[in-house]
Design a protein around this ligand. Structure first.
Ligand code: TUI
Length: 305
C-alpha cells in the first residue's frame, strides 16, 4: 500500500480519517496517526484557540504526521488558517468551499494542502492554485455533500488532474479501498468508519445508531437551501424534510442540522439531533479500535490487489 500519498505525507498507509465536526478531536486523530494513517482534527465551527489546544494535545500523543481540517464556512476560518502555520501543522484539508485565499500562506510555510472537492471543476482549480492532492468526496459520504457519486467522481477527477487523488464517500472496507484504487485513487479518506471506534469521544448512542443502521436509513436534508447534509433518519430529519417541503426559512432549517450534531455527539440525543453519517453506516457491524480498523483495511485490500 505504498503510493504517492504515503510518500507525500510520510505515513505508513494511504488512509486518512475525515476531519469531522465535533467528532475528529485529538484522541481520535492521535490514534489514527499512531496506527499508521493520517489523523485529522476537525476545526468545524470552533474558535482558533480550541484548535490550537487540540493540535498541541495531538503532538503530545504522537510524533507521527497529522492534519487539521478547516470547514471554510466557519466564521473562524481565517484565524484557524493562521494557527495551522503558527503550530507548524504538516497537513491541512479543507471542506465546504474553496481555500484559494489561504494557499499562498500555507505553501510558503511548507504545509501540505489537500482540499476536499465534490466536482472536477474545483479539483482543477485547486491543482492550478498549488494543492498537493485532492480528496474527491462522493455523495455517499456523511455531513455536507455534493451530487456526484464516488464511482463517477473519482475517475473523472483522476483524469482531470496530475496531483494524487484521495477517494472519500462510501468506503467501509478493503473492497471499497481496492475499488477506488481501480478508479485511479492513490489513497482513501474514511469518516463514518472512525466514528464507530473505541477511541472516538462521542456519545455511545451515536455509535450505536451507526451499528444499527441499514442501507436505506440515511436522509439528505437541505437540498433546497444549497447545503445538503446526509444524516441517519430520525425525528429531526422527518421534521426538517417536512419543513423544507413547506418552504421554511433557511435560518430555521440550518439550526436543525449543524446545531444538531452537538446534540448527538455530546448529549446523545439521537432523535432530535443530526446523526451525520455516510451511506456505509449499513456496513458497520462492530465497534473496533482505530488500529484494528486500519489493520483490517490493509489486510483486506492486500488480499484483493
Ligand atoms: O465539508 C464536508 N463535510 C461536512 S462540513 C460539515 S459542517 C456543516 N454542517 C451543516 C451544514 C453545513 C456544514 C459537515 N460535513 N465535506 C467536504 C465537502 N466539501 N463536501 C462537499 C464540499 C464542497 C462543496 C462545495 C466543496 C466545495 C464546494 O464549492 C466550493 C466552490 O467555491 O466552488
Amino acid at each position: 500500500m505504498k503510493t504517492s500519498i504515503t510518500k507525500l505525507l510520510g505515513i505508513e498507509y494511504p488512509i486518512i480519517q475525515g476531519g469531522m465536526a465535533w467528532v475528529a478531536e485529538y484522541h481520535l486523530a492521535a490514534a489514527v496517526s499512531e496506527a499508521g494513517g493520517l489523523g485529522l482534527i476537525g476545526a468545524a465551527n470552533a474558535p482558533a484557540e480550541w484548535v490550537r489546544e487540540q493540535i498541541q494535545k495531538v503532538k503530545e500523543l504522537t510524533k507521527k504526521p497529522f492534519g487539521v481540517n478547516i470547514m471554510l464556512m466557519s466564521p473562524h476560518a481565517d484565524e484557524v488558517a493562521k494557527v495551522i502555520v503558527e503550530e507548524a501543522v504538516p497537513v491541512v484539508t479543507t471542506g465546504a468551499g474553496s481555500p484559494e485565499k489561504y494557499m499562498k500562506m500555507w505553501k510558503a510555510a511548507g504545509v501540505k494542502v489537500i482540499p476536499v472537492v465534490a466536482s472536477v471543476a474545483l479539483a482543477k482549480r485547486m491543482e492550478r492554485c498549488g494543492a498537493d492532492a485532492v480528496v474527491a468526496e462522493g455523495t455517499e459520504a456523511g455531513g455536507h455533500i455534493g451530487e456526484n457519486t464516488t464511482m463517477v467522481l473519482v475517475p473523472q477527477v483522476a483524469d482531470a488532474v496530475q496531483i494524487p487523488v484521495i477517494a472519500a464517500g462510501g468506503i467501509a472496507d478493503g473492497r471499497g479501498v481496492a475499488a477506488v484504487f481501480m478508479l485511479g485513487a492513490k489513497g482513501v479518506q474514511l469518516g463514518t468508519r472512525f466514528v464507530a471506534t473505541e477511541e472516538a469521544q462521542v456519545h455511545e448512542n451515536y455509535k450505536n445508531c451507526i451499528l444499527k443502521a441499514r442501507d436505506i436509513d440515511s436522509r439528505v436534508t437541505g437540498r433546497s437551501t444549497g447545503h445538503p447534509v446526509r444524516a441517519l433518519r430520525n425525528q429531526m430529519t422527518k421534521t426538517y424534510l417536512q419543513k423544507e417541503q413547506e418552504g421554511a426559512a433557511f435560518e430555521e432549517l440550518e439550526l436543525l442540522t449543524l446545531g444538531g450534531l452537538k446534540k448527538v455527539v455530546v448529549d446523545g440525543d439521537v432523535q432530535n439531533g443530526s446523526v451525520m453519517a455516510g451511506q456505509i453506516a449499513g456496513m458497520i457491524k462492530e465497534k473496533m479500535s482505530c488500529k484494528e480498523v486500519i489493520e483490517k483495511l490493509v489486510q483486506e485490500t492486500d488480499a484483493l490487489l
